[in-house]
Design a protein around this ligand. Structure first.
Ligand SMILES: [Zn+2]
Length: 499
């Protein structure tokens, strides 16, 4: 039997409850749902951190994101990764990523890849900076608007009506691109899959590792027209799509006002997911036609979720590690192995790389912090584990060193209970996910003391290991690599769009 190849597809911002095989009622993933019939579907895959820069160290190097220190982002040059391990085993390796700067060569992610395309040739995607603001104009309407803006707070409910009209007015006077394609900030999944298929055609019979990172559901939400049609949606004009994105991006609005357009925004996001699904059909067809599919492990997952006002927030800033951010889909198809139900216990993404290597019958590097769950999956044996997630609160622009140094947020999640710890100011919220899956209200401080104590002890042990077992050599090397790159490209030339 030839060595099994591995395809890893990570989709940015894809929350677990928006894919069909995890129970979503809208048709975002019909192809993947059919594949789920012959795959292991992990019910509680939990990322080790969110967003992208706190998630991928675990996915690619089986390491907790803050293990090298809060100031270090990305992978160390000498860290063993999924890619470097497979390359050493003789695999052809390639990565095609849809322009997310945080998993580029700058942060060490090219390590182990023969071919590494991050589509950042023209720089990272810019900020959502199309500030449509007629208030800077000098015509009479602009002057009137400026005056009305100033007195708006005093207008009460009328002020809200005025504000909505004003926002619309600003947009009407600003030209908009003539298609959703022209508004999109990232290469769509079809572009990435085209490159992947070309590469697959170039490597002959060699076992391979192919990693695709897709950004279709990432904001700003500009899906393909064809995906909207497939979702049964009416066409959305570029004007309307831009309006929705800019409205959703407004920092001056509270959740109640934002909620007016929530469903329309979610529909755009869902169509992004659908386009990924369509392209997965193409990718797997290419593998079938070249007779490689039956010897290919296929893993489909995400780096973190997305907030749609679940707890009042939008997008995916590092904050409280709620389920909509840390719970992701994970589908694992391993040819020759019948589908088994997977335990409901949380499965931390630090375990993904060792599990994939084990499924391909390859040794797991000893430096990986996770362990393989392949035997449990293969045999359908239940397991109990705890998943730890961590991030730095408020670090929304990690290009700025000082932004990285905020207080840590840590969550410890079991099947039923989840503890979220904040360190500045100190706070601990314990949730009973069985009784309160939406994490509406933490339990009283006096409730469930043994559970609280158990989870706190796990947190303490994680923090102890994180500082006492820090790999100082890797830490210094990672810092050095980053500084060398910073000298080449000043931080203020880089915008923090994607995460
Ligand atoms: Zn991301």
């Amino acid at each position: 039997m030839r060595q099994k190849s591995i395809v890893l597809v990570t989709v940015d911002c894809l929350r677990a409850d928006h894919v069909g095989f995890m129970g979503y009622e809208r048709p975002t993933t019909p192809f993947l749902d059919s594949l789920a019939g012959e795959s292991f579907v992990v019910p509680a895959a939990i990322v080790a951190g969110a967003p992208t820069y706190y998630s991928f160290p675990a996915i690619m190097a089986s390491r907790y994101p803050l293990a090298l220190g809060r100031d270090v982002l990305g992978l160390g040059p000498d860290e063993p990764t999924l890619a470097s391990t497979l390359k050493q085993a003789g695999y052809a390796t390639a990565s095609f990523g849809a322009a997310n700067p945080y998993i580029s060569a700058r942060f060490g992610y090219e390590h182990g890849f023969d071919t590494f395309r991050d589509f950042l040739e023209n720089g990272p995607a810019p900020l959502l900076e199309e500030k449509v603001n007629a208030a800077t104009g000098s015509g009479w309407a602009s002057r009137l608007n400026r005056r009305l803006q100033e007195i708006r707070p005093a207008l009460g409910p009328l002020g809200i009506v005025y504000d909505e009209l004003y926002f619309e007015y600003c947009q009407r006077v600003t030209p908009v691109a003539n298609s959703l394609d022209a508004l999109r900030r990232f290469p769509a999944a079809d572009v990435i899959v085209d490159h992947a298929c070309t590469w697959l055609g170039s490597i002959g019979d060699s076992p391979f590792f192919l990693w695709l990172h897709l950004m279709d559901p990432h904001s700003p939400y500009y899906p393909k027209d064809a995906a909207l049609t497939l979702m049964g949606q009416d066409p959305v004009t570029p004007y309307r799509a831009r309006y929705l994105n800019l409205y959703w991006n407004r920092s001056d609005l509270g959740p109640r006002r934002l909620a007016r357009h929530r469903d329309e925004v979610v529909a755009l996001y869902d169509s992004g997911v659908r386009w990924v699904d369509v392209q997965m059909t193409r990718l797997t067809n290419t593998l079938r036609e070249s007779r490689r599919w039956n010897n290919c492990i296929f893993a489909f997952t995400s780096d973190h979720g997305e907030e749609f006002l679940d707890h009042g927030g939008r997008y995916h800033p590092p904050s409280r590690l709620m389920e909509e951010l840390i719970h992701v889909p994970l589908l694992l198809r391993v040819p020759g192995n019948a589908k088994q139900e997977v335990a409901k216990s949380p499965f931390s993404m630090v375990h993904l790389a060792p599990t994939l290597l084990d499924a391909a019958q390859l040794p797991v590097p000893t430096r990986f912090e996770g362990r393989s769950y392949w035997e449990q999956l293969r045999q359908g044996v239940s397991f109990e584990d705890v998943a730890i997630s961590e991030c730095v609160a408020g670090c929304t622009n990690p290009y700025r060193q000082e932004n990285r140094m905020g207080p840590r947020v840590l969550s410890v999640r079991e099947s039923r209970y989840k503890l979220v710890l904040q360190f500045d100011p100190m706070g601990e919220d314990l949730y009973d996910l069985d009784a309160d899956p939406g994490e509406r209200a933490p339990l009283e401080l006096a409730a469930q003391k043994p559970v609280r104590r158990r989870l706190l002890e796990i947190a303490r042990e994680h923090l102890r290991r994180s500082s006492e077992q820090r790999d100082l050599r890797t830490r210094v090397q990672a810092r050095l690599r980053e500084l060398q790159l910073e000298w080449k490209k000043p931080a203020d030339q880089i915008s923090p769009m994607a995460s």
